[in-house]
Design a protein around this ligand. Structure first.
Ligand SMILES: Nc1ncnc2c1ncn2[C@@H]1O[C@H](COP(=O)(O)OP(=O)(O)OP(=O)(O)O)[C@@H](O)[C@H]1O
Ligand SMILES: [Mg+2]
Length: 251
């Protein structure tokens, strides 16, 4: 099967700073790929490349090619809004909109011009169920999303992007604001979502990477050092630098 994402010869500059150096990788469909590496190595930068969030940063320049489902997302004429629906993102801090629970999930649909109440209700229920939040919020859909506990806010952010039917879900340290129980729930949810979506997660938690990911990629100072099946990368890393990092000898 062709990979969901194929990056080749990617270089990214913030002004004069060379943040990603000749990065190539293929992300397999319906797998969880973990990006690991020390702070500042370029994990978030690489994740943002995949849905062109870096477009918002002045002075950010990219060379190389990034194919998502076979399309070069940096080729001229690409519809960035459509891309961000297909490649959704969940951040470190849950960032629900200051709207009701229902309107958070319905947001993307309304942007697309879908307002028919039956269609909205159905999509809201399905997305909340798929994000394991329905039982928590089914009686409070009109409550402000900002009143939910943090872990429910994070699952609401997942529901919000599921509503627009993405192919790829990017998660940048999605559990870093959560306690271990809420973290476990997000991890279990990711494992279930993997059956339908391609997931790329950034994590500083090596246990998390080894628990949930199929493939791991170790980055250092903007370079992709090593990528492979998680079991192999954690048990028999090929590169000394990977070994130093996963055994805690880095830095
Ligand atoms: N908007 C920006 N402008 C200039 N430099 C940036 C910008 N964003 C990130 N950088 C720099 O690019 C490098 C990679 O940053 P990035 O945030 O991708 O690292 P990271 O691996 O996600 O780190 P962390 O684990 O701390 O989140 C860092 O040196 C950072 O200072
Ligand atoms: Mg980061």
């Amino acid at each position: 099967m062709k990979p969901a994402i194929e990056i080749s010869g990617l270089n990214l500059f913030y002004g004069l700073f060379h943040a990603l150096k000749d990065v190539s990788l293929a992300v397999e469909r319906r797998k969880i790929t973990a990006l690991i590496g020390p702070s500042g190595c370029g994990k978030s930068t690489l994740l943002r490349v995949l849905n062109r969030m870096n477009d918002l940063i002045p002075e950010c320049r990219i060379t190389g090619s990034v194919l998502v489902e076979g399309r070069d997302i940096y080729a001229g004429g690409e519809d960035v809004c459509a891309l961000r629906k297909k490649v959704g993102m969940v951040f470190q801090r849950p960032n629900p909109f200051p709207l009701t629970v229902r309107e958070n999930v319905a947001f993307g649909l309304r942007v697309e011009g879908i307002n028919e109440p039956g269609a909205i209700e159905q999509a809201v229920e399905e997305s909340l169920k798929a994000a394991w939040l329905w039982e928590n919020v089914k009686d409070s859909l009109d409550r402000s999303a900002l009143e939910l506990p943090l872990d429910q806010q994070q699952r609401l952010c997942v529901a919000r992007l599921l509503a627009v039917e993405p192919d790829v879900i990017l998660m940048d340290e999605p559990c870093s604001a959560l306690d271990p129980i809420a973290t476990g729930k997000i991890e279990d949810l990711m494992i279930e979502l993997r059956a339908r979506y391609t997931i790329v997660i950034v994590t500083h938690n090596m246990q998390q990477a080894s628990r949930i990911s199929d493939v791991s990629a170790y980055m250092l100072l903007g370079e992709m050092i090593e990528m492979g099946p998680t079991l192999q990368l954690f048990s028999k890393p090929r590169d000394r630098r990977t070994e130093d990092y996963i055994t805690g000898r880095y830095g």
